[in-house]
Design a protein around this ligand. Structure first.
Ligand code: HEC
Length: 134
């Protein structure tokens, strides 16, 4: 039974994707992603902590693990490791994905915008030579 309902959901998801495909999912673009990331800059920088933790080195990092940043217990306990899939889910709905997070941001609803944003964040390495020391 579980299996059948799973397939049903998958079929619906594919239907939605096909309907949205022509207008939506172009290849992810880090250049567009940088523009979308400007929304995050209200609280985040790449190379240093602000209201939110630094965004450099996000890929492969355990949630809540930047030394010295005062995370919520919810984030520290979440067990998330940041990658394309986990970032997509969190950015779509921060409070729904990590209930109790102190990230007071509604999220990015558009899947294409999230893909672009994640393409940008994937390249954000910590270090002085990135040219992204903002
Ligand atoms: C209003 C301020 C604010 C905005 C805007 C904001 N964030 Fe955050 N963000 C935070 C705070 C505060 C935390 C720490 C949350 C916690 O500890 O629960 C956080 C945590 C995160 C984390 C977890 C990082 C880690 O080290 O585990 C990610 C990923 C993240 N934010 C991505 C984003 C992205 C992407 C955007 C823009 C689309 C964004 N945030 C916009 C405040 C913000």
């Amino acid at each position: 039974m579980k299996r059948a309902s799973g397939l049903g959901a998958a079929a619906i998801a594919v239907g939605v994707w096909l309907a949205a495909a022509p207008a939506a999912m172009a290849a992810a673009s880090a250049v567009r992603g940088e523009q979308i990331w400007s929304r995050c800059q209200a609280c985040h920088a790449l190379q240093y902590d602000r209201t939110g933790p630094r965004h450099c080195g996000l890929f492969g990092r355990r949630a809540g693990s930047v030394p010295g940043f005062d995370y919520s217990p919810a984030m520290k306990r979440s067990g998330i490791v940041w990658n394309t899939a986990t970032l997509d889910r969190f950015i779509a709905d921060p409070l729904g994905t990590v209930p109790g997070t102190t990230m007071g941001y509604a999220g990015v609803a558009d899947p294409q915008e999230r893909a672009d944003l994640i393409a940008f964040l994937r390249d954000a390495k910590c270090g002085k030579d990135t040219g992204l020391g903002r």
